[in-house]
Write a protein that binds this ligand. Structure first.
Ligand code: ADP
Ligand code: ZN
Length: 722
C-alpha cells in the first residue's frame, strides 16, 4: 500500500502519514489536501526519512489524502531550506512552510473574473451618459467598476449597456502574467570603479555557483546601479531574482529606479497586498513567470523554481531579523538559500554588520568595495556639538551651533534633515502635582504622547488612550507635563524658530503607505520642503541632491540600552543618516549633538574613521567572546500568570545542562518584563562557536514540562535583549 508523509500547515502538529488513494500519484513537494479530524488541511508531501521519530501508525488506521492542489510543487532545495531553518531556529517545520505557502487563496485552483469590452453593437436607445461612456471607454476592457470609472458614469450605466448588448463578457484569468523586465532597457554608463564591481558580480551570476558577496560602498557610491547589472545578467540567463529590502518605506523609490533601468516595475511582495494581488504574485513566482521580486524578509521562503540571485540591500539592518514566530535572520537564511540552490548572494551596505565583515576576514565572503561617491560628490563633513558646553535653551533640543547651521542652510535655499529616533511628541507624560506617570496597562512601558492624533500610545502593544486633560490620580487639571522629545516636538521647535519654513515629519505614523512615501519624495524633490524631521525611516535609501545639512538631535540615545550591538547600531544609523547629506553637487555638512564627545563611537564618527570603529568594536567582541566569535541564544518564558512564568523560568534554569564551553545566565525578569499582558523572564545561553547550541537546547527543553498557557520560545542569534 502506498503511504505518504505529509507536513501539515499547522505548527502544533508534527508531520503525519496518510494513505495515497489508488488513482493518485504523489511525490515529495506536491501540495495536497488531507483530513484531520472533521477538518481539511493543506500539507506538503515530504521525504519519509526527513523527520525521524514520526510515530508510525498501522496501515489500516491511515486516512486517505483527499486531493492534490493545482499548484507547482515545493522544489527540493526549498524543502531542504525549510528543514534547515526549522532546525537552526528551533521552530516547527510547519511554521517555516507557512512562509513558503504564504497565500492560501493561491492554492485554490485557477480563478477567473468576468470583464467586459465593446461588442461593436450600438444600443437602440442612446442617452448622453451612454454615449459618453462608450466614447471614453473605446476599445478598453475591464471590470464593470473599472469601466464605470473610465467612462465617468455609474456602474448601473455600464450594466445597462451590457444588457443592451453594447459590451461583451470576457472571461479573464486573474493570474495575468507580469510584464518582463528588459535587461537592455536603459543601462547606465558606469564609472570605472562601478564597472569593475559590476563585472565581478556579472561573472559570478554567469558561473551559476554559490558565491556570497559583500558589496561595501559608501553612501551615494551607486551600489544599486552596480547590483542592477547583476540582475540584468540573471535575467539574460533566464533566472529569477529576489531583492530583499529592510522596510516597505524603501520600496517606492526602489520601484521607480528599477522601472527606469528595466522598463517595468518588479513584482512587489509585502504584507499589505490584497488577496488577489498576493495570489497573482505567488502564482507567478511559483511558476517562474515573475522574474524579479522585491520584498521584505517574508519573500525569502517563496517557491521560486529558478532563483539565480538574491540581493539583500541595507544588509546590516536589524529588521531582517524576525522577532516573533520563527526567529530567523533573513540575511543569514538568504546566504543559506544561495548555498543550497547554488547561486550568488549579494549583501549590499555602506555600514556592514560586524558579523558580515568577519565572514570576509575569514575568506568566506568576497568583498567588493566602492570607496567614493558617484559623480565626484564629496562625503559630508561631520562635526560634533557638545551639549554639555553648548546646551540648547531650556525646554529646547536644538543647540546653538545647529540653529546657526540651519539658518545658513535656509538662507542658501537648501534643505535640512533633523534625525531623532523617537516617534511621537514626548516619550513620557507625568503629573507635576502628584508625580503620576502614564504607563501602559499591558506592558512595562510609558505611554508616548502623539500630538498629531491627540492620543497617548504604547509602542509595544498598540494600546491607545485619548490625550488626557487631567491627572487620573489626583484629578488636578493643567498639571500634566510632557517629558523629553519625540520628532513631533522637534518639529514644533523648528516651527517656532523658523515660522516661514516648510516642515515635514517623517515617521511610520506619517508615512504609513507606499503612496504617502511617494508623496513625501515628490514634495522634497520639488523643493516644497525646507526641513525634514524624521526617525530612522529617513536614514536610508533617499537621494535628495538639495539636502545639504543633517543634524543628529541625540547621538547618545541608542547607546543608552547598552546591549551587545548598541555602539554598532549607533554607528550605522548615524553614518546612514549622514549619508543623506550632500549627495548632489553641493557639499554636505553633518552636526552630531552629544553629551559624550569622548565616547569611542562618537569620536570615530566625527573623525570619519570607520576602520578604527570596526577594529575597536571587533576587538571588544573578541574579548567578550560575543558574536561573531561566540554565540548567544535566548530563552524567553512568558505567561499571563506572573507566578507561573517565574516558576517555569526557574525550572528551566535549574535543569540547565553542564557543558564545557557553555554558560547559562539567568533566569531574570526581562527588561520588558510585561509585554501585551504577559509576564516575561529570560535566560541567555552563551557558548563557543564549536558547540551545537541548538541540539543542546532542544534536549534540555524536551525534559522540562510547562503548563498550557506558558510559552517558551528560543531566539538563536538574538538581536533584541528586551
Ligand atoms: P548607494 O545606494 O550606494 O547609496 P545609489 O545607488 O543610490 O547609491 O546612487 C547614488 C546616486 O547616484 C543615485 O541617484 C544614482 O542614480 C546615481 N548614480 C550612481 N551611479 C550612477 C551611474 N553610473 N550613472 C548615473 N547615475 C548614477
Ligand atoms: Zn503596551
Amino acid at each position: 500500500m502506498a503511504r505518504a508523509r505529509i507536513l501539515l500547515l499547522n505548527a502544533a502538529l508534527g508531520p503525519l502519514d496518510y494513505r495515497v488513494p489508488h488513482d493518485m500519484a504523489v511525490r515529495p513537494g506536491n501540495i495536497v489536501i488531507v483530513p484531520l479530524g472533521p477538518r481539511q488541511l493543506i500539507g506538503v508531501v515530504w521525504e519519509e526519512d526527513a523527520f525521524p521519530g514520526v510515530e508510525s501508525v498501522g496501515d489500516n488506521r491511515l486516512r486517505n489524502i483527499i486531493g492534490a492542489v493545482d499548484a507547482p510543487p515545493i522544489p527540493e532545495p526549498l524543502r531542504r531550506l525549510i528543514e534547515w531553518t526549522a532546525h537552526y531556529y528551533l521552530s516547527p517545520p510547519a511554521a517555516v512552510l507557512r512562509m513558503a505557502l504564504a497565500s492560501m487563496s493561491a492554492l485554490e485552483g485557477t480563478r477567473t473574473v468576468i470583464e467586459y469590452r465593446a461588442s461593436g453593437t450600438v444600443p437602440t436607445r442612446m442617452t448622453g451618459q451612454r454615449s459618453q461612456a462608450m466614447e471614453r471607454i473605446g476599445e478598453r476592457q475591464g471590470l464593470i467598476r473599472e469601466l464605470a470609472m473610465i467612462g465617468g458614469v455609474s456602474d448601473a450605466v455600464i450594466r445597462g449597456l451590457v444588457k443592451a448588448g453594447a459590451f461583451d463578457a470576457v472571461e479573464v484569468s486573474i493570474d495575468t502574467p507580469f510584464p518582463l523586465p528588459d535587461p537592455d532597457h536603459a543601462p547606465p554608463a558606469l564609472s570605472d570603479a562601478q564597472r569593475a564591481a559590476a563585472g565581478t558580480l556579472v561573472e559570478a551570476v554567469g558561473a551559476n555557483g554559490f558565491a556570497p558577496f559583500l558589496l561595501d560602498g559608501v553612501t551615494g557610491s551607486g551600489k544599486t546601479e552596480v547590483y542592477f547589472e547583476a540582475i540584468a545578467a540573471a535575467l539574460r540567463a533566464d533566472r529569477q531574482v529576489l531583492v530583499l529590502l529592510p522596510e516597505i518605506a524603501l520600496t517606492e523609490p526602489f520601484l521607480e529606479r528599477f522601472e527606469k533601468r528595466f522598463g517595468t516595475a518588479p513584482v512587489n511582495w509585502h504584507s499589505g497586498l490584497r488577496q488577489t494581488e498576493r495570489r497573482r504574485a505567488w502564482r507567478a513566482i511559483a511558476s517562474g513567470q515573475a522574474r524579479v521580486v522585491v520584498g521584505a524578509r517574508s519573500a525569502l521562503f517563496l517557491p521560486y523554481p529558478r532563483l539565480g540571485l538574491i540581493i539583500v540591500d541595507e544588509a546590516h539592518e536589524a529588521s531582517f531579523k524576525q522577532e516573533d514566530g520563527v526567529h530567523y535572520h533573513a540575511r543569514d537564511v538568504a546566504v543559506m538559500r544561495g548555498l543550497m540552490e547554488t547561486f550568488p548572494v549579494i549583501l549590499a551596505s555602506a555600514t556592514p554588520a560586524i558579523e558580515t565583515r568577519h565572514q570576509v576576514e575569514l575568506g568566506r565572503y568576497r568583498e567588493i568595495k566602492l570607496p567614493s561617491r558617484f559623480g565626484g560628490a564629496e562625503m559630508p563633513a561631520i562635526s560634533g556639538v557638545n551639549l554639555l558646553t553648548d546646551p540648547p535653551e531650556r525646554g529646547r533640543w536644538i543647540a546653538p551651533p545647529l540653529v546657526k547651521a540651519i539658518d545658513a542652510t535656509m538662507a542658501k535655499g537648501e534643505q535640512s534633515l533633523l534625525f531623532l529616533n523617537r516617534r511621537g511628541y514626548a516619550p513620557l507624560t507625568l503629573c507635576r502635582h502628584c508625580g503620576y506617570r502614564f504607563q501602559c496597562p499591558n506592558c512595562t512601558a510609558w505611554m508616548v504622547e502623539h500630538r498629531l492624533t491627540h492620543r497617548l500610545a504604547c509602542h509595544h502593544c498598540g494600546h491607545v488612550i485619548p490625550a488626557p486633560r487631567f491627572c487620573p490620580e489626583c484629578k488636578e487639571e493643567d498639571s500634566l507635563v510632557a517629558c523629553g522629545p519625540g520628532v513631533e516636538r522637534i518639529a514644533d521647535e523648528v516651527r517656532a524658530l523658523w515660522p516661514q519654513a516648510r516642515v515635514a515629519i517623517v515617521t511610520s505614523d506619517t508615512l504609513w503607505s507606499p503612496a504617502k512615501a511617494a508623496e513625501f519624495v515628490k514634495s522634497v524633490e520639488a523643493g516644497d520642503i525646507d526641513i525634514i524631521v524624521g526617525t530612522q525611516l529617513v536614514t536610508k535609501g533617499y537621494h535628495f541632491p538639495n539636502l545639504t545639512l543633517v543634524g543628529v538631535i541625540d547621538a547618545d540615545l541608542g547607546l543608552e540600552g547598552g546591549d551587545l550591538r548598541a555602539s554598532e547600531r549607533t554607528f550605522q544609523q548615524i553614518v546612514q543618516v549622514a549619508g543623506r547629506a550632500g549627495r548632489g553637487v553641493k557639499p554636505g555638512q553633518v552636526l552630531i549633538q552629544t553629551r559624550m564627545p569622548e565616547a569611542g563611537v562618537i569620536k570615530a564618527l566625527i573623525d570619519g574613521d570607520a576602520e578604527r570603529f570596526y577594529a575597536m568594536e571587533t576587538e571588544s567582541r573578541r574579548r567578550a567572546n560575543a558574536p561573531p566569535f561566540g554565540r548567544f541564544a535566548a530563552i524567553i518564558v512568558s505567561s499571563e500568570d506572573s507566578e507561573e512564568a517565574a516558576r517555569t523560568a526557574r525550572l528551566i534554569g535549574k535543569s540547565a545542562p553542564v557543558v564545557e564551553g557553555l554558560r547559562v545566565y539567568g533566569p531574570a525578569p526581562a527588561p520588558l518584563s510585561v509585554l501585551r499582558g504577559r509576564h516575561r523572564h529570560r535566560l541567555l545561553v552563551h557558548a563557543t562557536r564549536t558547540i551545537d547550541v541548538q541540539d543542546i537546547i532542544r534536549a534540555w527543553l524536551d525534559n522540562v514540562v510547562w503548563k498550557a498557557g506558558t510559552r517558551v520560545s528560543v531566539d538563536v542569534d538574538p538581536y533584541s535583549f528586551m
